[in-house]
Ligand binder design. Structure first.
Ligand code: FES
Ligand code: FES
Length: 181
């Protein structure tokens, strides 16, 4: 029997039939196909970190404020703590682990963050890198203002953002050089 408080309607707990229910999810992450059966309540951030063991995606606030958990879902930056794993069924996901071209080479964006000391303590850096990946794809030569606006959803507590902006500009130049004929 559900608990009841005098004067208040009885609280109905979830039907026992749903407890432990699992749903099949198929998706690609960094070009690799995964299939898992997950609880419908599982966050995409937890799925990536705990089921797939891709712990480069960080979790800060878990309610959509800090941007640390940002990944690309079908090319668009998404806060993985605000999405359920089941909602990502059929998607192509990219995490920070998918940026570097190989285990002994960095992506130009990572290289620029290294050179300009944009990494700082590094906790929020994976989310920033994923946000900037989409930013530079859509705006290959951003102004400082465009970079700051693009990063406005990524909170970093250890910096004035100067080095990050510098790093993004370096990366933009590097990527423009790479794509020049
Ligand atoms: S952990 Fe997702 S936005 Fe902060
Ligand atoms: S690099 Fe973001 S809090 Fe330090």
């Amino acid at each position: 029997m559900p608990d009841a408080t005098p004067g208040l309607p009885a609280f109905e707990s979830a039907p026992a039939a749903y407890a432990g229910e699992r749903v099949a999810v198929s998706l690609t992450v960094n070009g690799r196909a995964y299939q898992r059966a997950v609880e419908p309540r599982l966050l995409l951030s937890d799925f990536i970190r705990h089921e797939l063991r891709l712990t480069g995606t960080h979790v800060g606030c878990e309610h959509g404020v800090c941007g640390a958990c940002t990944i690309l879902v079908d090319g668009e930056p998404v806060r993985s703590c605000l999405m359920l794993a089941v909602q990502a069924d059929g998607s192509a996901i990219q995490t920070v682990e998918g940026l570097a071209p190989s285990s002994d080479a960095l992506h130009p964006l990572q290289e620029a963050f290294w050179n300009a000391h944009g990494l700082q303590c590094g906790f929020c850096t994976p989310g920033i890198l994923m946000t900037v990946t989409a930013l530079l794809r859509d705006t290959p030569a951003p102004t400082d203002e465009e970079i700051r606006a693009g990063l406005s959803g990524n909170l970093c507590r250890c910096t004035g953002y100067q080095n990050i902006v510098r790093a993004v500009k370096q990366a933009a130049g590097q990527l423009a050089g790479e794509s020049a004929p």
